[in-house]
Design a protein. Structure first.
Length: 320
């Protein structure tokens, strides 16, 4: 659900004297004396109670994270992998991880300031350690190791021939997206600027999921736009503050929260839940290959204009 909508509901609740908090894992409402809460507000809260609960828990976790971290680590100190990173690292070792590449392709009309674009990416990589983190192995155990942004470059391709057919351009883009990352040596973000014509370019951004998620694309594009425009207009300066916490800090905090008896308790719980389960006998349309290949197909489902209007109206009401 849209964060802006959740924040607007919480702001309205505050205005009406209704305080929302999390108590023992549940959403708690407390009304100030001599205050009356509108029925519309209560209906809004009811309709997105789980989203509000998740939002408040995330805020609480963020506050806890900032206050709990006291360890001052050296910039080049190896850091253990977070739990999600361990899964992706294992998948990469097992059969590669091209399916976990996150690509974005932008069709750009007009002249591109190549220096400004490279400057913007350079600043983003310098600001976000996780995008320039490698995943090294020491005695069979993976660690995060932050490296310098120095040496990263924006790749440029001058090939007007790609513009001769949609198929050739599409094939080139797919090759760029599917080029494997070396998690131990590569920067986890790469960008390629393809010049098709004098006033038309394609920007291909590929980031490995071990360092990025879908929710991060909006902040990334926002920072990229801000930094590019500033350099292009000769106002580079320091536009973005240094981050108080990096992903490595979160990892250390996460491992600190889930370790020892707590971790063992969760492992024992799931071992008990999953033991002696029967094999699933699910009939499939096609034989399942021995090695997963991630080759899927798209299915187009046309919907009526009336249904489309109803969906838009529902999304506007829910803030999504």
């Amino acid at each position: 659900m849209n964060v802006g909508y959740i924040e607007s509901v919480l702001k309205k609740a505050q205005h009406e004297g209704l305080h929302l908090s999390i108590h023992e894992g549940k959403l708690r409402l407390r009304i100030s004396k001599d205050k009356t809460v509108s029925q519309d507000l209560l209906e809004s809260i009811k309709g997105c109670s789980e989203a509000i609960k998740s939002y408040l828990e995330e805020k609480e976790m963020s506050f806890s994270l900032k206050n709990d971290i006291s360890l001052k680590r050296a910039p080049d100190e190896p850091i253990p992998l977070s739990f999600p990173q361990k899964r992706l690292w294992f998948m990469d070792k097992l059969q590669g991880s091209v399916s976990y590449h996150m690509p974005w392709v932008f069709d750009i009309e007009g002249a591109v300031n190549r220096k400004a674009l490279e400057y913007a990416f350079y600043q983003i990589l310098n600001r976000h350690e996780i995008l320039r983190t490698n995943f090294i192995e020491v005695n069979g155990v993976p660690f995060q190791k932050v490296k310098s942004v120095d040496g990263w470059t924006l790749r440029e391709v001058f090939n007007e021939n790609l513009n001769t057919s949609f198929e050739s351009l599409q094939a080139f883009i797919i090759r760029e997206i599917d080029l494997p990352f070396d998690l131990e040596h590569d920067t986890m973000l790469r960008a390629t600027l393809v010049h098709l014509e004098k006033e038309r370019s394609i920007l291909i951004i590929v980031i490995h999921h071990i360092a990025f998620d879908g929710l991060s694309i909006a902040p990334l594009v926002g920072e990229l736009t801000l930094l590019y425009n500033a350099y292009d207009k000769n106002h580079p300066g320091k536009l973005l503050p240094d981050l108080e916490l990096q992903y490595g800090d979160f990892t250390l905090w996460q491992l600190k929260q889930i370790q020892g008896v707590k971790l063992q308790g969760q492992l024992e719980y799931w071992k008990h839940q999953l033991q002696d389960l029967p094999d699933l006998d699910i009939k499939t349309d096609f034989p399942i290959p021995a090695i997963q290949n991630f080759e899927g197909k798209g299915v187009n489902l046309p919907i009526s204009e009336a249904l489309l209007v109803s969906l838009h109206r529902y999304c506007q009401q829910r803030g999504v």
